[in-house]
Design a protein around this ligand. Structure first.
Ligand code: FE2
Ligand code: FE2
Length: 289
């Protein structure tokens, strides 16, 4: 069911002289988050326990997410031969785990769960589009384009299922907006920050959420351009139930883009000011996505 395969990537076109070390840091962090997709499939199977159609779709989705991780991980090891993707993933998984033993969504309803899933795909499809445009390294550019296309298909998948559940559960626009915006702010929780720590910082350095989320976000936010935010806002408006490409969407996008630039600069200051301290543990248990 995959739309592309790792074996088909033109790995021999890899050009080490075009590796941007800042983008490499983001790729390493993203690889382990993507590889964690199988856990989310288990969680989704438990939430949608009597919906075999969706369960099958979630299983296929997870296979594609794992492939994203593996492709990014392989590229990360080409770009930095001293880096060990499988070891970094093990380190991540040891401390970051979502609760799988659930019988209902942490979002309060199945529609809410699907809204949150849509928002994750809004984020990933725009992120990989931005990275594909930012990098000059031909192999990474190709991988990011393929991943961005997958993420957009994932958005459509969850969006279609959301509409199916919306007919039954009838969440209003405000409830949908609250869940969608809530999921956007959660991107600054531990999932990405701890991934950055496990993939970019040596063992023996203490996990510092503030430093790590700033290190990740200050870089990631710098690659977004206005068209990426326009598109993401249109997708978010669709999920909430607003007109996706109207005047309000454009205004919201302008506001969001400005806010993101300011936040990115704040994160840059945190990175400059926050010391790296050697010591021990990471987060023990972290809430679901
Ligand atoms: Fe992905
Ligand atoms: Fe995805």
């Amino acid at each position: 069911m995959k739309h592309w395969r790792i074996e088909d990537v033109a790995w021999d076109r890899f050009d080490p002289s075009r590796v941007n070390p800042e983008i490499l840091r983001l790729v390493k962090a993203a690889s382990v988050v993507e590889r964690n997709g199988l856990d989310y499939a288990v969680y989704l199977n438990n939430v949608f326990t009597d919906d075999p159609d969706f369960q099958g779709a979630a299983d296929n989705w997870a296979v594609e997410e794992v492939q994203h991780g593996d492709a990014l991980g392989r590229w990360g090891m080409l770009a930095d031969p001293s880096w060990d993707y499988p070891a970094a993933f093990e380190r991540y998984r040891t401390s970051y785990q979502i609760p799988l033993d659930v019988d209902a969504s942490v979002r309060g309803s199945r529609t809410g769960e699907l809204i949150a899933r849509c928002m994750v795909e809004v984020g990933t499809s725009s992120f990989y589009t931005a990275l594909a445009e930012a990098t000059d390294e031909p192999v990474l550019k190709g991988i990011c384009k393929q991943i961005a296309a997958d993420e957009y298909r994932h958005f459509k998948l969850f969006y279609d299922h959301m509409h199916r559940y919306l007919k039954r559960e009838r969440l209003g626009v405000l409830q949908r907006a609250r869940i969608a915006l809530g999921r956007v702010t959660e991107s600054e929780d531990d999932e990405l920050a701890y991934a950055y720590h496990c993939t970019n910082e040596p063992t023996g350095i203490a996990y510092d959420h503030k430093r790590c989320i700033a290190a990740y976000m200050s870089r990631a936010m710098g690659y977004y351009r206005r068209p990426h935010i326009d598109r993401a806002m249109g997708m978010m408006f669709k999920v909430i139930g607003f007109t996706p490409h109207g005047r309000v969407s454009r205004l919201a996008s302008r506001f969001a883009y400005g806010a993101m630039r300011r936040r990115g600069r704040r994160f840059e200051r945190v990175v400059a000011e926050r010391p790296v301290v050697s010591a021990m543990p990471g987060p023990q248990a972290v809430a679901a996505e």
